[in-house]
Design a protein around this ligand. Structure first.
Ligand code: HEM
Length: 541
């Protein structure tokens, strides 16, 4: 049984719950409102033991077998949602030898956040680790833990997370987003069809979206345009996109295979490691180029420091020389691999949701147009004046979180839903069911970017906002994770997506032929089972 002094500390922490975003390392938890909810049971009763937490039934190996045999790994997010509906707001799940405690209520997430410690840890992606170890490559922030992680992470934060950094790379993202819309207009002229005297274009934009995010990532990370919007994009870039997809697709089936058994999965493992090899060599070539650029300049400091064009994160890291080259390579590779699909896929969902909700689309467009006029071409001001764009991104990620869970190992014993969770337990915040829970969001299946209006001030339109928890910020919009370990590419992704949508909405009206829900599949990231076709119609300027 838990000592009562610990219990009261835990309870008061849980109620305090709201954590203002006070800087990147201390942990920014974005927007939303802390919930009190009717389903939180028995706070005043006995704290129940870990073994009393309800679980999904089968043992871990049977569970794994079940998923394998039925090919249902790709519906893991749906299983989680179903489990919360039938079991309750906390449950244990075993997969292989791995036990996780799954939660979704903001009050519990707040408690988890308070116990994540100085150097928060996530679940290990074993196939990624194994590739690094076999190839003797270093690990970047994604795979590192402990003080080593913190040290690298602080250096990266400076280049990609701080406001000053964002303001420097924002014009680059704007340039790529504008180009995308311009090229789409040209494509419409050559490939579109005429409907009611208007030229329209209906197609699955997903390949173009991958090119957009790769072009944008290369410009911000390497300071290089790679010409992906040309009629003949380079084969090397196409291969890079394919490698990232292959690496992601092969990760889930390999995730729970114990390392000694990998040899039984040889073809899958070969595909996985070859994909990683290619992703690494892509970064290696860029490092070589930047090195040559710096040599030619005699190592002098480039654009960023003197206020001219941002030279790319890679060059900044190399110039500053605070990270050894092998760690620069590892981190830049992770940033590249982490950034392309994770941003392209939610853009597919965002276009789809705007297209099937025409009145929402008009509302966001009206704000974008007026903000753009006032901002006189300044992308930073334009985004500031169009909060519905940010709401659109949040709303998309609420319904379709790229990563369906965020994991942490609490560094001290905690109490969740009145169950004792020992330090070191793997606890998963299940984002997909969280975003669709009626206990947390009003009309959860409605796509409503306006629900986040005022969220930063703690006025988000959540359900069950109680006097107990007040209107503090936090723990409902968690697609980028939370705290010190949240996504390091968050600022790049958010701004890239908002600027993309800004230029699309300025230039095109979007529609879809069917307003049916999209079915989704999970392949380490959540994506549409089959990508939807979108109709683009031009708007006159
Ligand atoms: C919509 C786009 C994206 C989403 C939803 C997303 C989501 C996430 C999540 C949930 C995590 C784990 C956070 C945690 O444990 O608290 C993460 C980590 C990470 N992401 Fe992203 N991400 C996105 C885009 C990007 C981009 C554009 C990059 C690179 C430029 C990137 C690079 C990384 C890296 C390197 C980590 C590991 C950070 C660490 O452990 O310190 N992500 N991301």
């Amino acid at each position: 049984m838990f000592p009562s002094s610990v219990r009261s500390v835990v309870r008061s922490r849980a109620l305090r719950a709201s954590v203002p975003g006070d800087g990147v390392m201390k942990g920014e938890v974005d927007g939303g409102t802390e919930q009190g909810d009717g389903r939180r049971e028995g706070c005043s009763g006995r704290v129940r033991s870990f073994d009393e937490i309800p679980h999904t039934g089968r043992n871990g190996w049977m569970n794994l077998l079940h998923f394998w045999r039925n090919g249902t790994f790709s519906h893991l997010h749906k299983h989680m949602e179903q489990n919360f509906n039938t079991i309750g707001p906390i449950y244990r799940q075993y997969l292989g030898s791995q036990c996780t405690v799954n939660i979704l209520f903001p009050v519990d997430i707040a408690e988890l956040f308070h116990s994540e410690g100085q150097n928060p840890c996530r679940m290990t992606l074993q196939p990624w680790h194994t590739h690094r170890e076999t190839r003797k490559h270093s690990k970047g922030v994604f795979l590192k833990n402990g003080p080593e992680w913190r040290c690298d992470r602080m250096l990266l934060n400076r280049e990609v997370m701080l406001n000053s950094a964002v303001r420097r790379f924002l014009p680059l993202l704007d340039e790529v987003a504008r180009d995308f819309s311009r090229v789409l207009r040209l494509k419409m002229q050559t490939e579109g069809q005429v409907e009611n005297d208007t030229q329209t274009l209906t197609f699955d934009p997903s390949p173009e979206l991958f090119r957009f995010t790769l072009e944008a990532s290369c410009l911000v990370l390497y300071g290089e345009r790679i010409g992906l919007f040309s009629s003949e994009p380079s084969q090397e870039s196409e291969r890079f996109i394919l490698s990232v997809e292959r690496m992601l697709n092969t990760t889930t089936p390999l995730l729970y295979v114990p390392r000694p058994l990998l040899r039984f999965y040889k073809p899958l493992w070969t595909q996985h490691s070859t994909a990683w090899d290619h992703i690494f060599s892509h970064a290696e070539e860029r490092i070589q180029r930047v090195y040559e650029r710096l040599q030619a300049r005699g190592g002098s400091v480039g654009g960023a420091a003197d206020g001219s064009q941002f030279p790319g994160v890679l060059q900044l890291l190399m110039e500053k020389g605070q990270l050894p080259l092998d760690l620069i390579r590892a981190n830049i590779t992770e940033l590249m691999a982490g950034g392309v699909d994770t941003t392209a896929v939610p853009l597919q969902f965002a276009l789809f949701e705007l297209a099937r909700n025409p009145s929402v689309q008009e509302c966001v467009r009206a704000q974008v147009q007026s903000s753009w006029l006032q901002a006189e071409g300044n992308p930073y001001k334009a985004l500031q004046g169009a909060p519905l764009l940010k709401g659109t991104v949040k709303e998309t990620l609420r319904l379709y979180p790229v990563g369906i869970t965020v994991q942490r190992y609490p560094v001290r014993d905690i109490v969740l839903q009145n169950y004792h969770i020992p330090a070191g337990t793997l606890v998963q915040v299940c984002l997909y069911p969280l975003g669709r829970s009626q206990d947390i969001f009003q009309d959860p299946l409605t796509f409503d970017p306006g629900r986040w209006a005022g969220a930063e001030a703690g006025e988000g339109r959540g359900r069950n906002v109680t006097a107990e928890t007040g209107s503090g910020a936090g723990f409902r919009s968690l697609a980028f994770g939370f705290g010190a370990r949240q996504c390091v590419g968050r600022r790049i992704a958010e701004n890239e997506m908002q600027l993309f949508l800004l230029h699309i909405l300025k230039n095109f009206r979007l529609s879809v032929s069917s307003k049916e829900e999209l079915s989704t599949k999970y392949t380490i990231i959540l994506q549409p089972e089959s990508p939807p076709a979108i109709t683009f119609s031009p708007l006159s300027h």
